[in-house]
Design a protein around this ligand. Structure first.
Ligand SMILES: [Cu+2]
Length: 557
């Protein structure tokens, strides 16, 4: 190795030390730890899947359906029965690994890439007990610690809430939602001593069926690059971010009505998200009687951190979440209040329709390993400081392969102006903005890309003709108009384009969602009018739902 490193002349000793540091850094990052399944003698592992789910061009529907504990069960390992899921005999689910596969016309099963077909969310709900297991594209594996499981009937009925997002206009595709479960029969020796759990669903924005909020760059009032929901939502109506107040939900808080033990937790967030946190408040000997009314009455109990494999940082789904470790047990008392927080990085981009969820596996008190955040504060602090553990490594399907590819498209800023924009504005039809729209594909004709012209102070009207009123949700394609930074002409993915234009412009999803889950996803209109453009220049925008859809416009004095 020469001693000219990074263009700086270094002494041999310093160069060697630098090389040693660099190789240590890469070794450390390669040494992620993963949560291992508890291998009980009475455990068997099964694969389960839904029936085929049709995918409509560009769909982003939030749907509900019926399912059972393990449809189309196939035993993968263990000495249990081939299919315990057609009997009412109970068992414990001790591990739950979700995914989605595409059923190709040839019959082949392929896990689709996140930039193509994307598992936005799927939640398994018990008909009387609410949500239990859940997944987004991060595909966290829920894995109970030794001695704990979720007790259900083999042939139990479940509801499925799922949103599968097609990022393109392709037709005729079908997927299965899949899950792999570790199953311990309740009648087995292991099952006889196993403790049941329930799931306490902690959702910062769970007021609506589609529980989302926005995290915009201008919400960062203290300039630290982060926006924590709901803590950083201002109470002053004149401050940016105040509009998110309506999304704050009591579902982010849980006041216990009996003593309980927490045994497992793992967070869910979206690109841009950094961590989901829970803390617990208990009233102390102060004058007030409200848990958390002085800072000493609140203790952090777990931070689920996002581990981004994405080289560009927290901007894509190339991420895995940290879950609690095997020995994590938190003893809580009746009256304790658990609170959820989620933090997004808003220094690079604004994030729309963001989530912050932390399902907690909860059991009866009495586990001798459980520690009380106040009575055993040092033990709980040590558990907290140790942090979480990943449940799986990097997923090939989450690699944002085409984001930022050079497509040899011109920079809209350098294009000659197009015509003056008519009053009718810009139409969206067939997944194309017109005039001034383009598709992020190589050799898109430049002659269609010329930016239409408006004048300072003008607004722009967009009409989404791919979503017509009084048509089925499945025949509509919902589009957004979201500002991106010029040139906005590179390859599409999750991490490109980013909602990082000169102005924060976002229309929401234009369309007429009518289903229970869909009505909150769309704006209920196919028309959007932008705020006035006050400064001359060339502006670019894209569709967040179908990021290959781009467009530009030019503002003149
Ligand atoms: Cu779109």
């Amino acid at each position: 190795v020469g001693n000219r490193v990074l263009g700086i002349r270094l002494s041999g000793t310093i160069a060697l030390a630098l090389i040693a540091m660099l190789s240590f850094a890469s070794a450390a990052s390669a040494k992620d730890e993963y949560l291992q399944a508890v291998k009980y003698p009475d455990r068997s592992v099964y694969s389960c899947r839904t029936d085929a789910i049709p995918i409509y061009p560009g769909q982003n529907m939030n749907l509900f359906g019926a399912t059972s504990t393990c449809p189309h069960a196939k035993k993968l390992a263990g000495s249990g029965p081939d299919n315990p899921f057609n009997s009412s005999a109970q068992g414990f689910v001790t591990r739950f690994k979700p995914s989605m596969v595409e059923l190709k016309p040839s019959g082949k099963l392929v896990t689709p890439s996140v930039w193509d077909l994307h598992l936005h969310h799927v939640v398994w709900l018990r008909p009387n007990g609410g949500p239990t297991f859940a997944s987004g594209e991060e595909k966290t594996i829920a894995s109970m610690p030794e001695g704990y499981g979720l007790k259900v009937a083999g042939n139990g009925n479940w509801l499925l809430n799922y949103m599968i997002h097609s990022l393109n206009a392709s037709k005729g595709r079908q997927v299965y939602i899949t899950w792999q479960i570790d199953w311990v029969p309740a009648s087995s020796p292991t099952g006889a001593t196993m403790k049941d759990t329930t799931v306490q669903w902690m959702d910062v924005a769970g007021k609506h069926v589609y529980p989302v909020f926005d995290a915009r760059r201008d919400y960062d009032l203290d300039g630290d690059g982060n926006f924590t929901f709901p803590d950083d939502v201002p109470t002053d109506p004149d401050l940016p971010g105040y509009q998110e107040r309506e999304n704050i939900s009591q579902t982010g808080n849980w006041t216990l009505n009996q003593d309980r033990t927490l045994v497992f937790a793992s967070g869910h967030l979206h690109p841009g998200g950094k961590h989901v946190d829970i803390d617990v408040s208990r009233d102390g000997p102060d004058a007030g009687t409200v848990p958390g009314d002085t800072p000493s009455e609140t203790k952090p109990i777990f931070t689920s951190r996002a581990r981004y494999y994405e080289p560009a940082g927290p901007i894509s789904w190339d991420v895995a979440m940290k879950a609690t470790r095997r020995d994590w047990r938190i003893a809580l008392k009746a009256g304790d209040k658990v609170t959820t927080h989620v933090t997004y990085n808003v220094s690079k981009s604004s994030w729309y329709e963001s989530m912050g969820i932390m399902p907690l596996a909860v059991s009866a008190p009495g586990d001798p390993a459980a520690k009380d955040p106040f009575d055993d504060a040092a033990d709980v602090k040590a558990m907290y400081d140790e942090g979480g553990i990943l449940t799986h490594g990097r997923l090939k399907e989450n690699i944002d392969s085409h984001a930022r590819d050079d497509l040899n498209l011109p920079n809209p800023k350098n294009l000659k102006s197009g015509n003056k924009l008519p009053k009718s504005g810009i139409k969206i039809k067939g997944f194309l903005f017109d005039p001034g729209g383009f598709s992020a594909v190589k050799s898109f004709p430049t002659k269609l890309m010329h930016p239409p012209v408006i004048h300072t102070g003008d607004t722009v009207k967009f009409t989404n003709e791919d979503a017509l009123p009084n048509t089925p949700d499945s025949s509509q394609a919902w589009h957004s108009i979201t500002s991106c930074r010029v040139p906005c002409n590179r390859g599409s993915g999750i991490g490109y384009p980013l909602a990082a234009g000169q102005l924060d412009v976002d229309s929401g999803q234009l369309g007429y969602g009518t289903g229970l889950g869909d009505s909150g996803v769309t704006t209920g209109s196919n028309v959007y009018v932008t705020p006035p453009y006050t400064k001359p220049g060339t502006y670019t925008y894209f569709c967040r739902i179908h990021p290959f859809m781009r467009g530009s416009l030019r503002v003149k004095k």
